[in-house]
Design a binder for this molecule. Structure first.
Ligand SMILES: O=C(O)c1ccccc1N[C@@H]1O[C@H](COP(=O)(O)O)[C@@H](O)[C@H]1O
Length: 209
């Protein structure tokens, strides 16, 4: 089964819609973004969730003290590092880490080896000049074939209900992560969330049509 993370939740109502749609995990962005939340907002969202939904904090080149402080305050389960954080930096994070790698070409995946011992998994996202993430852009999924051995892989970048099935067949990820693709006019859209989950849950690796 492919796990699903919905990212960029900014209030407890859209977080509950994500859970009801069937998301396994929800993400709050603490970096510069139109989806940025304060630690207080994230704590309110997280405390409103039922059990067995994991919570992820998304950070971009945050200071170590601040990231550990926010993670503790919000009781985040996992930290997703979306900037140029080094393996040494990841080692000093007090909670499990998923490191993002932005993929333009196959060799971008070579950097993963240095993180292998210090992270729980790798999130592969599109590289977009001047942007940290949440761009709605895909990357060439065929490069993921080179990522074997760096599991678990979380596939992200421009996923939507209408492309997630193809993306899963081409990359065989552990999980998929989406932000823009479940939004309408900049707001999380419960109908798009449900459709996305249905498409992922309908994937069978035995039948590719
Ligand atoms: O969602 C954001 O605004 C964001 C900001 C800064 C870093 C990461 C962000 N989100 C992550 O970006 C990817 C892809 O998002 P999209 O589906 O292409 O919109 C995803 O992993 C989000 O967690």
């Amino acid at each position: 089964m492919v796990r699903i993370k919905f990212c960029g939740l900014t209030d407890k109502y859209s977080a509950m819609a994500a859970v009801e749609a069937g998301a396994d995990s929800i993400g709050c962005v603490f970096a510069a973004s139109k989806r940025k939340v304060t630690p207080e907002q994230a704590k309110e969202i997280i405390e409103s969730l039922p059990p067995y939904v994991s919570t992820v904090g998304v950070f971009v080149d945050e200071t170590l003290d601040r990231i550990n402080e926010i993670a503790e305050y919000c009781q985040l389960d996992l930290l997703q590092l979306h900037g140029s954080e080094t393996p040494e930096y990841c080692r000093q994070i007090k909670r499990p880490v998923v490191k993002t790698i932005k993929v333009r070409k196959a060799s971008d995946l070579d950097q993963a080896a240095a993180y292998k011992q210090v992270v729980r998994g790798f999130l592969l996202d599109a590289y977009v000049e001047g942007a940290s993430g949440g761009t709605g852009h895909t990357f060439p999924w065929e490069h993921v074939a080179k990522a074997q051995g760096m599991s678990p892989i979380i596939l992200a970048g421009g996923l939507r209900a209408d492309n997630v099935k193809e993306a899963i067949f081409k990359t065989r990820p552990y999980a998929v992560d989406v932000s823009s693709g479940i939004e309408t006019d900049g707001f999380k859209d419960p109908r798009k969330m449900i459709e996305f989950v249905q498409r992922v849950r309908n994937v069978s690796f035995f039948a590719q049509s």
